[in-house]
Design a protein around this ligand. Sequence first.
Ligand code: PBG
Length: 324
Amino acid sequence: MAGFPLVRMRRLRRTPGLRRLVQEAHLSPQQLVWPLFIKTTGSRTPVEAMPGVFQHPLGEAAELAAQAAEAGVGGVLLFGLPASKDELGSGAYDDNGVIQQAVRAMKGAAPELVVITDVCLCEYTSHGHCGVIRNGAVDNDETLKLLAKTAVSHAAAGADIVAPSDMMDGRVATIRQALDENGYRDTVILSYAAKYASAFYGPFRSAADSAPKFGDRKSYQMDPANADEALREIALDLEEGADLVMVKPALPCLDIIRRARERFGAPLAAYQVSGEYSMIKFAAEKGVLDGDAALREALLAIRRAGADIVITYAAYDLARSGGI
Ligand code: PBG
């Protein structure tokens, strides 16, 4: 068996050219998905909790789509901030809602750009929960109807992919059936299959104004202590007809990404969520670490764990620089 001094692992680390030659994991622009927050009016507003991220008015949607297409990102993922909220989150399935308008503008400006819409009610409900409240709790089956309506209205606006993030049971099957019945047989479903009740969503909730007004999301999102359960969630969503499945958050779930990669053949996405992104950005702002290097390292780890598609707020900047 060959060993030292015949084998010297450092030989291949000696120059940038050699390191590049043997680099195993890559992240190319087309594997990156860029999340965007779209609001109805006003001007572009920086999100305080997420350095470099903005809430964009609808008027910028077409331009953003052109930019995203030009940078070569794999797709954009849209989140909406509606003009008003109510108990049933009716803004989510309003054919003239913020996301429906944004999708039309973006597909008009860049027809080839893959437009993904987040399907959930929490940005649209006055109470901030991801579903309908009955007797103080989120009612699963009542919520399914509204999620299906939302997905159909996104598909009608031209979304290529709908991405349910609510974690209700049975939503993939319900959405698939509603899409098919309405003539959207080819609209893709990317399910947030293994989505944990994570503290790392904090900055997002201020960006999307979607924090629950009472309680938390632990009765529908997963317990971070559980791994086998994540695989059951993914298996069920695939059985229900999900085309793509997602693990979220990403860096705290590298084990889940790896196990999902090994267990299932379906394309796998991982979401580097707001808190994962912001903790790096703020640490960099404080001068305690190199932000670009840390971001790349985290994203490569997610890819190395087995994600095919990586959703990150840094997607646009990374795509412009050619990926990793
Ligand atoms: C909506 C949704 C959330 C995120 C994506 N879709 C928030 C939540 O579940 O509370 C989080 C994304 C992020 O933190 O970047 N349900």
